[in-house]
Design a protein around this ligand. Sequence first.
Ligand code: GRF
Length: 193
Amino acid sequence: MSAPVRVAVLVSGRGSNMRSLAAAAGEAYAIALVASDKPEAAGLAWARESGLATFARSPRGIGKPAYEAALDAALREASVEVIALAGYMRLLSDDFVARWRGRIVNIHPSLLPKYKGLDTHARAIAAGDDVAGCSVHVVTEELDGGAVLGQAEVSIVPGDTPDALAERVLAAEHQLYPEVLARFVREGAWREG
Ligand code: GRF
């Protein structure tokens, strides 16, 4: 059997999806690095306490190109093969995406192609949708625009609020992301590119 694929998880905040990815690591993938653009991110503190390798650097002061160069170096140093964005709130440059073409995935809290960008739950409720959900997709230069790898649906109920819906969708994200990531790394489609 081949060795687990080395995955880096990029976080900017609380990191609940990162924790669900870490909990499911094993045969298919290993968490080789947790990286953040926010040195104070709660998810990063958890990763450190859990003994995971971490990288923390703010682009503030050094600028995006230098920040991304440092991130790229840390990823390569850790022999990372696949990057999983998990609440990473910074847009990656086209150049960075091109260097990791087909090897970056993201979880987004809507049923793509609906509601790219922010405030997905409020927008789904305002539109009168009766179903919301989450999507795992390949990251390309187009925001939330790459191929969808998997989705989970969550019903919108009468009187729903964005926060209540977000909580239920988040529970679905925690189920979906590890499953889709495991399948993605097993298929290894990026190796053919
Ligand atoms: C999740 O809702 C995810 O879909 C979105 O950002 C949020 C991150 O939450 N991209 P967490 O940091 O994983 O708890």
